[in-house]
Design a protein around this ligand. Structure first.
Ligand code: AMP
Length: 207
């Protein structure tokens, strides 16, 4: 199965991808994670991407496309994957069409103000990567590890990421709807409830 997880930053795409990976063995390709990995390792790609990530802007299409193209070439034709955070522009979606045939696009729907609250309190475990909230925990509730906050999870950058989402990524909703590939899910629920909707959707034919 080849899926795209679509939704605003903080809609829970990464959390759902981790659950799908664990339960269905689907590979998780997150362009944000690939950039952060490059940044951590001080690669030229990471340093270039940082210029945009810090202000919540999109990394230019050519750079993202090259990185995704390299990543997809690691997969055999029959291997399934979920793309998280890609595509984010119509140009990226058109490029993806030349690389693979998607089975579906899951749209995680959630209001902006819920996202601002979620992301400005989001914390990630340094040890196991678990995503949690600083409002509820000061250590990872799963492994006890230390929590950190992403640099771009401050209110100013979050609002700018949301603006970018509405302007540049939202057109993908109509793009994929027109192709009959779009499935919509209410993402303003607990992760396990959202996951139940994802599973229900995957087990039902779209008709
Ligand atoms: P994310 O972890 O998906 O929220 O991505 C973090 C940041 O990485 C974004 O705010 C962008 O600056 C950059 N980024 C990730 N994926 C893409 C993409 N498909 N196109 C352009 N920039 C991206």
């Amino acid at each position: 199965m080849k899926l795209v997880l679509l939704g605003a930053p903080g809609a829970g795409k990464g959390t759902q991808a981790a659950l799908l990976k664990e339960n269905h063995g689907l590979a998780h390709i997150s362009t944000g994670d690939l950039f952060r990995f490059n940044l951590k390792n001080n690669t030229p790609l990471g340093l270039e991407a940082k210029k945009y990530m810090d202000s919540g802007q999109l990394v230019p299409d050519e750079i993202v496309m090259k990185m995704v193209s390299d990543k997809l070439s690691e997969f055999k034709n029959d291997e399934g994957f979920m793309l998280d955070g890609f595509p984010r522009t119509v140009a990226q979606a058109e490029f993806l069409e030349t690389k693979t045939k998607l089975d579906g696009v899951i749209l995680f729907k959630i209001a902006d103000e819920v996202i601002v609250k979620r992301l400005t309190s989001r914390a990630i475990c340094k040890d196991c990567g678990n995503v949690t909230s600083t409002l509820a925990h000061d250590k990872c509730p799963s492994c006890g590890g230390e929590l950190y906050k992403r640099d771009d999870d401050n209110e100013v950058t979050v609002r700018s990421r949301l603006k970018v989402f509405h302007e540049q990524t939202e057109p993908l909703i109509d793009f994929y709807r027109a192709k009959g590939l779009l499935y919509e899910i209410d993402a303003d629920k607990k992760p396990e409830e959202v996951f139940a909707s994802v599973i229900e959707l995957l087990h039902h034919d779209k008709n």
